[in-house]
Design a protein around this ligand. Structure first.
Ligand code: FAD
Length: 325
């Protein structure tokens, strides 16, 4: 019996959210007196998978099938289910990402497992029962959910727990074949087109985000957002009305109806902080709000607030960051 952790990889690297998931899984394994095994999805190098030992993983199963590089729902589900069966995993931990949400629900049916998504804390275990805390209503509330049954799936919200770093510890990487066939790739994308992201940083994975709202007044002022983003090595984003009027492309729109981001730093410039916007950014670690209206609702969600005019504050902030670099 073990805990199985689903590790998402991209361009050979393990995603940051998966380092958190691996740390979560290894701590659950410790609670249960067992070990944590990972199964890798996406493009991974053996050296980077071995480094998952630093997050407490003892073994990593790696299927080198090249078509697993890009997300394919059917194939990923079969691979993870096969790994869960091989390891007799009673608990499966994955990221509350697009991939995790998609695969988690399928796995739950296939493995007859109970599932909790958006989980923000380690579980409380009591005589075999599992209670997890999950975010609800766009992060406005939390619910304690009891997971029943022999198998449990937990999807962990990004930035909810710290990744462990036990330097020098390595995991054993083991070749694994889920015997995938062409039929498992029936829903594979024909072509993957990468959106043109400012600075080449993918918004959903960005560690820092500078975001602009209607307070920026027009697309001609976006150089102020881009200059700060460039100085910080950040991705750029925007509120929904900004993309609705084509000041910025739709793939930069964050919020309930856009992309969810969970960076370490989110800087909101001239954004009011409507609930629908907050829904996409409220798992950011540190939120900085720049708004000229001291009553703007975003200040309630901010770690740092600057009451001021973006046209005054942004150039000064960019200059200060450049001086630090
Ligand atoms: P505004 O509300 O117009 O706010 C502009 C802010 O800029 C104000 O707070 C103002 O004080 C400030 N400001 C103005 N000038 C300056 C200046 N010179 N310097 C500093 N500050 C200044 N919105 C999203 O963002 N994402 C979503 O996913 C989303 N989904 C939605 C889904 C539904 C079903 C609905 C109904 C709405 C949704 N919205 C979404 C819209 C949301 O309700 C808000 O209308 C929107 O977020 C407001 O955008 P904003 O803050 O850029 O603009």
């Amino acid at each position: 019996m073990s805990v199985l952790v689903v590790v998402e990889c991209d361009g050979g690297e393990v995603k940051k959210s998966s380092l958190e998931v691996a740390s979560y899984g290894s701590q659950v394994a410790q609670m249960l007196g067992t070990t944590a095994t990972a199964v890798a999805v996406g493009e991974a190098t053996e050296a980077n998978l071995a480094k998952l030992g630093e997050q407490g993983i003892t073994k990593v199963l790696h299927d080198a099938e090249p078509r697993l590089k890009d997300f394919v729902n059917g194939a990923y589900t079969k691979l993870i289910a096969a790994a869960a069966q091989k390891e007799d995993a009673k608990v499966i931990v994955l990221a509350n990402s697009n991939i995790g949400a998609s695969v988690g629900s399928r796995l739950s049916v296939r493995l007859q497992a109970s599932i909790a998504t958006n989980v923000v804390e380690l579980p409380k275990t009591d005589g075999g029962s599992f209670t997890v805390k999950r975010g609800a209503f766009s992060g406005k509330a939390f619910a304690d959910v009891k997971l029943d049954g022999d198998r449990k799936i937990i999807a962990v919200k990004k930035n909810s727990i710290e990744a462990l770093h036990e330097a020098g510890k390595t995991a054993q990487v083991e070749a694994f074949s889920a015997q995938l066939t062409d039929a498992d790739f029936a829903d594979a994308p024909k072509q993957v087109v990468m959106q043109d992201q400012a600075g080449g940083i993918l918004l959903p994975e960005a560690d820092k985000v500078v975001s602009g709202g209607r307070g920026m007044k027009g697309p001609e002022n976006w150089n102020l957002i881009e200059d700060l983003a460039k100085a910080l090595g950040a991705a750029t984003a925007c509120s929904k009305p900004v993309s609705d009027v084509d000041w910025r492309p739709h793939h930069e729109h964050v919020g309930q109806t856009g992309i969810t981001v969970s960076p370490n730093l989110y800087i909101a410039c001239g954004i009011s902080g409507a609930i629908q916007h907050l829904a996409g950014v409220n798992s950011s670690k540190v939120i900085v709000v720049i708004n000229k209206d001291p009553e703007a609702p975003f200040f309630k969600a901010a770690d740092y607030g600057i009451v001021g005019d973006v046209f005054d504050v942004l150039p000064k902030l960019t200059q200060a960051v450049k001086e630090l670099n």
